[in-house]
Write a protein that binds this ligand. Structure first.
Ligand SMILES: Cc1cc2nc3c(=O)[nH]c(=O)nc-3n(C[C@H](O)[C@H](O)[C@H](O)COP(=O)(O)O)c2cc1C
Length: 193
């Protein structure tokens, strides 16, 4: 059974991201994956303090809930990450997680001395995001951020589901086709892991 980590980065428990996330998780389970769900707002996680306590071992020196996620990121075969767009990037909850993964970056590039640009992708990731506006560049920034975050634990962006024009809680319910797409993506992902 493929092991999948599913991380919800929206502060809203019943917001648009959460509803899409739920469908993707349901699809992945129906597709046969063993899914562990993490809701970032329920965790205690300090931002990266840039003390480079990770320099020797590749493990972050701050002892909080990130420690468990660190292990889960390394041991999973696939990741579902969902975040709303906040100022053209991920939510603060999600960004805190990403910055703490600098320890994984240190492990990969400083300790293990992996050459830059070497593709080691073994894990697959599904990224789900929503924003209120409809601009062409709405997701440009976040996609770059996600790509380099995934690289720290050798994952590649397998698929992204990006939805514009969703603002108020529950707006996505007016688009059952988005929810269906998220369900199908989760299910398909379980099959390709
Ligand atoms: C702090 C904050 C920053 C936001 N920044 C953007 C933005 O840059 N572009 C955009 O289109 N929407 C922006 N939004 C709107 C959210 O992306 C939108 O309401 C989304 O549906 C929220 O997702 P959720 O329901 O999953 O929480 C912002 C909302 C908040 C609270």
């Amino acid at each position: 059974m493929p092991k999948l980590l599913a991380i919800l980065g929206s502060p809203r428990r019943k917001g648009n991201t959460a509803l899409l996330f739920k469908e993707a998780v349901r699809g992945a389970r129906d597709g046969g994956a063993d899914v562990e769900e993490v809701v970032l707002r329920d965790l205690t996680m300090s931002p990266c303090l840039e003390i480079y306590g990770c320099r020797k071992t590749g493990r972050c020196a701050i002892n909080d809930d990130f420690q468990g996620i660190y292990d889960q990121l390394l041991s999973c075969q696939g990741l579902i990450l969902a975040s709303p767009i906040f100022f053209y990037t991920v939510s603060a909850h999600t960004k805190i997680l990403m910055d703490r993964c600098q320890s994984l970056w240190v492990r990969k590039y400083w300790i293990e001395k992996t050459p830059f640009g070497k593709q080691n992708a073994g894990k697959k990731a599904l990224f789900i995001s929503v924003g209120a506006t409809k601009g062409k560049k709405l997701f440009d920034g976040v996609l770059l951020t996600v790509k380099y975050f995934l690289d720290t634990f050798d994952a590649e962006l397998w698929k992204s589901l990006l939805y514009r024009g969703l603002d108020f809680e529950g707006d996505v319910l007016n688009h059952p086709e988005y929810l269906e797409e998220a369900y199908q993506a989760g299910k398909e992902m379980a099959g390709v892991l």
